[in-house]
Design a protein around this ligand. Structure first.
Ligand SMILES: Cc1ncc(COP(=O)(O)O)c(C=O)c1O
Length: 392
């Protein structure tokens, strides 16, 4: 008879039969999977047969999240990643090589600028920023070395909306691929692949998870493009954790409901704050005053415009910093897309090293605050944010 430890290890590794499917996808919290022989392992590691070998390569909980998001984005395939940035990195490095150029929006999530400054520069990949709401400027910026046009459905932080269909047509006509960060919209509001994009990424940390309790990402597209990105992600070690994939699946079930409430709350707040004391401007795609309001109605579903607002305070940087200290219901924290309303001040956080001129080309001023509207009662949010915006 084997000793106690041997028996305990074997007994505790026995996977139960579950003839009745669980209502929720289980967390396959295992780093590795038993194989029958060396051929099986080799074929699994080469993705030549279905199944799983090692969780950095794939895992059933990841596979469930990938299949769910592929279905909701109309993609052939998907890959769950450790973070939104791991998805961005996987997409970018699967398309660009030394000597190539990526075209990014002038108003873009700061992490893309960080990736460019560090990883892309070292790899000999150049980055060119352009106002992607100006299609002539995009056409003029596409050069011999341009391989990829990067877009955000709704831009972080200035909420500019990308005309994905027109820009995809323009880029494809010049042999350039298009990848869209759909994080701010979520698949409940927009499907960039249906509009012509080649690849989509999400930070599932945000709306898909929805509760500010996970870090994750996903990239989606054709089976071929996802396989190319998977090679980068697997080898760079950017694959998701099963627990975070489970949380993203749980969040996904209520995404539709949450986006309705994020959108209705955000519209109520935007309308109340536009013209309020201390507020120079409110940028929200659901407002008629937004420069791409009509486009937003075409790109985004059912008249919803999501939960992200950019509020320009009249008193510049000190006003922005004071706003953060004055909120009582909203929380001063980075990130977005969760049930709690979060506020941040790009000029003193994500864009702290950016000059005022570059802030302006990204559609911001030193007094711009970014608000991720949560699921609280809208009247409470309006009272809180209006009081915080009031000048001294
Ligand atoms: C639009 C957008 N894309 C990507 C990311 C990166 O996501 P993560 O922090 O999960 O890497 C963020 C994070 O704030 C974001 O706002």
């Amino acid at each position: 008879m084997p000793g106690f430890s041997t028996r305990a290890i074997k007994a505790a590794s026995r996977v139960p039969d579950a003839p009745q499917p669980p209502v929720n996808v289980p967390i396959y919290q295992t780093s590795t999977f038993e194989v029958a022989d060396a051929t099986e392992l080799r074929e699994l590691l080469e993705f030549e047969r279905p199944g799983h070998s090692y969780t950095r390569y794939s895992n059933p909980t990841h596979a469930a999240l990938e299949a769910a998001l592929a279905e909701l984005e109309g993609a052939e395939a998907g890959l769950a990643t450790a973070s939104g940035m791991a998805a961005v990195h996987g997409v970018v490095l699967s398309i660009l090589c030394t000597g190539d150029e990526i075209l990014i929006p002038a108003a873009v999530y700061g992490g893309v600028l960080g990736l460019s400054r560090t990883v892309l520069t070292r790899s000999g990949i150049t980055t060119r920023a352009v106002d992607t709401t100006d299609h002539d400027a995009v056409a003029a910026a596409i050069g011999r070395r341009t391989r990829l046009l990067w877009l955000e459905t709704i831009a972080n932080p200035n909420t500019a909306v990308a005309d994905i269909a027109a820009l995809s047509e323009l880029a494809h006509g010049r042999g350039v691929l298009v990848a869209v960060d759909n994080t701010f919209a979520s698949p409940a509001l927009a499907n960039p692949l249906a509009l012509g994009a080649d690849l989509v990424v999400h930070s599932t940390t945000k709306y898909i998870g929805g509760h500010s309790d996970l870090i994750g990402g996903v990239l989606l597209g054709s089976a071929e493009r996802v396989a190319a990105a998977r090679e980068i992600v697997v080898n760079a070690g950017g694959n998701a954790s099963p627990f975070d994939a489970f949380l993203a699946l749980r969040g996904l079930k209520t995404l539709g409901l949450r986006m309705e409430r994020h959108s209705s709350n955000a519209l109520a707040v935007a309308e109340a704050l536009e013209g309020a004391e201390g507020v120079a401007a409110v940028r929200y795609p659901g407002l008629r005053s937004h420069p791409q309001h009509e486009l937003a109605r075409r790109v985004l579903r059912d008249g919803m415009a999501g939960g992200m607002l950019a509020i320009e305070l009249s008193g510049g940087r000190p006003h922005g910093e004071r706003f953060l200290q004055r909120v009582r219901i909203a929380v001063h924290a980075t990130s977005l897309g969760g049930v709690d309303t979060l506020v941040s001040h790009p000029a003193s956080s994500s864009h702290r090293q950016v000059s005022e001129a570059d802030l302006a080309s990204a559609g911001m001023t030193p007094g711009t605050v970014r608000v991720s509207i949560g699921l609280e009662d809208s009247a409470d949010l309006i009272e809180d944010l209006a009081a915080a915006a009031r000048p001294d």
